[in-house]
Write a protein that binds this ligand. Structure first.
Ligand code: GUN
Ligand code: FE
Length: 435
């Protein structure tokens, strides 16, 4: 089959940058090329060198002067909340009860789930995001709709049928047995089919009975390679209510630990208000605290102590995410813009190289998928994004004074959004305008 060469300015990370001057943490090719064959990256590097090694009939696509980066990764989103974004609520629990639960009830209709799934992929690809970790609704058919659509789209997606059996409207409740059986069925039907990955998905401790938490334990034991995703310590009222439901647990984190849910593939959405004991437990387990900056600001949940978590003697692993529809933007650029400001409010710095590391390799490492996604390394899947740092008049004007790559990335993060996404490639196919 034909190979394609993409020319542009390549940027790919090797590890987390410690400062803006940490040039060993990334690879930048000012006149670079990416060679793509059968949906995989066959080579990356200096244009002349890659071209010299390419077959003579190689197709060449010139993306200069734009940046070519690994596809952006979003590690926490809610697929059934696309029509919840921008709902006016004072806090998490009011927002869930007033807008979110009623909206998720609509996913009992398969046609509705299928329609929103089509919009989901359109919107993520438009924003340069090629992998997401998604909550579906409680309805098994919502997971079927999501995975079937992704089989057509070809991206690497992690998702799960939500397990919830209390403290929500009747239309959103399963039972411990249903949650177990249907999750097993979703795994059998979809896990490993194409690039679909199934995650065990108890929504959070408030909406699961101890009996259902036992069912999640069994699933986690039976499928140790699967991701587990849930919410943790997002809002003070949520924490108080949760702890009242599990009085035997030491704290919120201990609830998940007691049911065997803390491990290196566990994604803990928000994890804002952790005690030192909780942070130690999460660090020891190797679980991931998933920072959702636009959501935390929008719902007034709190300021995620990213730098404090990273600096601890027992560091907490971090990922970043939009949390659509508590989050207010699909764009990982906008997400990191807000993440930067959240650190500013705590007297901390988040350097632009680290931001771009987090939305690519950092999130891939958090998912234990860095051998497939998150870099431009040869042998990995050809998921990449082409970004224009001068996409708007204001950006073009500002670019006139930009001197370094770090400055350019910071500008992209601060002023950029979907307008900066020139093209998105999934397994070597241009997908930004595709439906
Ligand atoms: N906690 C439990 N469910 C949700 C949800 O849908 N969104 C957010 N932000 N937090 C939650
Ligand atoms: Fe969430």
């Amino acid at each position: 089959t034909a190979t394609t060469l993409y020319r542009g300015r390549l940027l790919s990370f090797r590890r987390a940058p410690e400062s803006v001057g940490d040039e060993g943490s990334y690879r930048y090719e000012s006149d670079g090329a990416l060679l793509v064959e059968n949906g995989r990256i066959a080579a990356m590097g200096d244009y002349a060198a890659v071209k010299a090694g390419a077959a003579p009939d190689t197709i060449e696509i010139d993306h200069r002067p734009h940046l070519i980066l690994p596809g952006l990764i979003d590690t926490h989103v809610h697929f059934p909340q696309m029509q919840v974004i921008g709902s006016y609520a004072a806090n998490l629990l009011e927002w869930l009860n007033t807008y979110t639960f009623p909206e998720e009830c609509r996913f009992v209709e398969t046609a509705h789930a299928e329609r929103i799934a089509r919009h989901f992929f359109d919107e993520f690809f438009r924003n340069g995001t090629t992998t997401a970790v998604a909550y579906c609704s409680v309805h098994k058919a919502s997971a079927d709709a999501f995975f079937a659509e992704n089989l057509r789209r070809g991206s690497l997606m992690v998702a799960g049928k939500v397990m919830m059996d209390r403290n929500a409207p009747q239309g959103l409740l399963d039972t411990p047995e249903m949650a177990y059986d249907e999750t097993r069925q979703v795994i059998a039907d979809w896990h490993g089919k194409g690039r679909n990955h199934v995650a065990i998905t108890p929504r959070f401790a408030i909406t699961s009975t101890p009996q259902q938490m036992e069912a999640t334990r069994t699933l986690a034991e039976e499928f140790p390679d699967l991701h587990i995703q849930t919410h943790l310590s997002e809002n003070r009222d949520e924490i108080d209510f949760t702890c009242s439901l599990y009085p035997e647990a030491t704290d919120y984190t201990d609830i998940y630990a007691r049911y065997g849910l803390l491990g290196p593939r566990t994604l803990l959405g928000h994890a804002i208000h952790l005690s030192d004991r909780e942070a130690d437990a999460i660090s020891d387990a190797g679980s991931i605290a998933v920072h959702c900056p636009t959501s935390n600001l929008f719902l007034g949940s709190g300021l995620f102590p990213m730098k404090r978590y990273q600096r601890r003697e027992k560091p907490v692993r971090i990922a970043v995410a939009t949390d659509i529809g508590g989050g207010s933007s699909y764009s990982m650029l906008k997400t990191m813009d807000e993440a930067y400001k959240i650190q500013q409010l705590q007297g901390e710095r988040l350097n632009p190289l680290e931001s771009f590391y987090l939305m690519t390799l950092g999130n891939a490492e958090a998912l234990s998928l860095a051998d497939r996604i998150g870099t431009l390394d040869a042998g990995t899947d050809a998921d990449f994004v082409v970004l224009d740092s001068a996409a708007t008049p204001a950006m073009a004007l500002r670019m006139e004074t930009v001197k370094t790559l770090a400055e350019e990335l910071f500008l992209l993060q601060t002023l950029g959004d979907d307008r900066s996404v020139v093209e998105t490639y999934v397994a070597g196919h241009a997908v930004k305008g595709a439906s």
